[in-house]
Design a protein around this ligand. Structure first.
Ligand code: SF4
Length: 163
């Protein structure tokens, strides 16, 4: 209302990034309106200069499948007033966490090779198992209407639009 914008970051971890695609589709229709209200400080899919410092809201898609990802998402948590889990993989772990239920006989040589040569943790975890989350937008991919309502909720909470 006074020129202040909602500082937002959009992050992806282990997932297929379909919610990111949906988000960019929403930008087709809403970019002009949102850029008056939202400062997109971190959206790697849209720009190369990004900052995670001083975020009002971090939207996080995907499950956490390595120690490196765990450290990254904890850093995001430390830099964001609110964190919203985006999509089923972030909210429940699945389908990205399917390998948690593999029986020994399903762990093929190829899978063993990946586990040995990449920095994967034994279990894939939903976001809430790694950091505190404040809200969630379920769906595979995320439900677009719920995401829009969530964005409006935070625009109101930060008095950027009237409550
Ligand atoms: S929740 Fe579904 S759409 Fe989203 S990243 Fe996971 S598999 Fe892809």
């Amino acid at each position: 209302m006074d020129g202040k914008k909602l500082a937002v970051g959009w992050f992806s971890f282990t997932c297929c990034e379909d919610s990111t695609i949906l988000f960019t589709e929403l930008l087709n229709d809403h970019l002009d309106e949102w850029k008056k209200l939202v400062d997109f400080k971190y959206v790697r899919q849209l720009k190369t200069k990004n900052s995670i410092e001083g975020l009002d809201v971090a939207f996080v898609e995907g499950a956490i499948s390595s120690a490196k990802q765990e450290a990254e998402v904890k850093k995001i948590r430390d830099n964001a007033k609110y964190v919203v889990a985006i999509g089923a993989c972030a909210c429940t772990g699945l389908p990205s966490a399917s390998r948690n239920d593999f029986k020994d006989e399903m762990i093929t040589e190829r899978i063993q090779w990946y586990m040995k040569n990449f920095d994967y943790s034994q279990k894939v975890r939903k976001l809430e198992e790694v950091i505190k989350i404040d809200d969630a937008v379920p769906g595979c991919p995320m439900n677009a209407e719920t995401f829009m309502a969530m964005l409006t909720k935070y625009l109101k909470l930060f008095s950027i639009v009237p409550a």
